[in-house]
Design a protein around this ligand. Structure first.
Ligand SMILES: CC(C)(COP(=O)(O)OP(=O)(O)OC[C@H]1O[C@@H](n2cnc3c(N)ncnc32)[C@H](O)[C@@H]1OP(=O)(O)O)[C@@H](O)C(=O)NCCC(=O)NCCS
Length: 196
């Protein structure tokens, strides 16, 4: 018996066969070789992620209990960090800039659904975390969001819109509450990203 209701398309996966196979193999590799690797084995985990298409600098740190939906959509700069329990649902590209930190249990949510369409299609949108930004513990970062360079997002905040550079932001929805005392000059960065 087939489901012919207007919403039967909801049962159809938007992902290609190749994507599904890659994620299936990645899931096995993740459980067997990644998740229980010693914490200090960053080079090893970077190697595994690169095998599946991630673009990760050699100095990036991805902790073993971090979850990555699809390594091929992960880009991390020098010294960028993805902490324990952070969940990277990167249906679209997630970029974590150099020296940026994504702390424990943060959720980078790279897709939403069109809730006005009976087929409820998945809509992937990229996420960009700027250089030197800090996404604190348990923060939700929504699809399509860019967090500016140097910006701090306080613990348990939820980010639904872009945040400017070099701000301290918090709350749900997250908003800038003050400028960060530090700026690009403190890190020998070009001035371009300084705001506020
Ligand atoms: C965002 C953060 C860095 C702010 O630090 P800060 O600039 O020193 O700010 P303060 O602690 O002085 O707090 C300022 C105000 O914001 C509030 N506040 C602080 N963090 C908040 C948060 N995450 N969400 C909502 N409000 C917050 C404080 O209660 C205080 O309110 P008040 O003005 O009414 O008293 C810090 O609170 C935070 O969230 N740290 C993250 C900790 C973490 O995730 N650790 C894990 C990795 S080690």
């Amino acid at each position: 018996m087939t489901d012919q209701s207007p919403s039967h398309e909801m049962l159809t996966s938007p992902h290609s066969v190749g994507n599904k196979i890659a994620r299936l193999i990645w899931g096995v590799v993740y459980v067997l070789l990644f998740r229980y690797s010693p914490r200090s084995f960053h080079v090893w985990r970077n190697f595994l992620l690169r095998l599946f298409g991630a673009k990760i600098h050699g100095t990036s740190r991805i902790y073993p209990k971090a979850k990555i939906w699809f390594p091929g959509n992960l880009v991390m700069g020098p010294h960028a960090c993805l902490g324990e329990g952070a969940d990277c649902y990167n249906v679209a590209t997630v970029t974590i800039g150099e020296w940026a930190t994504v702390s424990q249990y943060a959720y980078l949510c790279g897709a939403t659904h069109d809730h006005e369409d009976v087929a409820f299609p998945l809509i992937p949108k990229p996420i960009t975390i700027g250089k030197r930004a800090w996404i604190a513990a348990d923060v939700f970062v929504g699809p399509g969001v860019t967090v500016g360079d140097g910006t701090v997002v306080g613990a348990r905040s939820s980010v639904f819109k872009d945040l400017p550079a070099w701000q301290i932001c918090m709350g749900t929805p997250a908003r800038p509450v003050k400028s960060r005392g530090l700026g690009p000059a403190d890190f020998n960065m070009p001035d371009a990203g300084k705001e506020g």
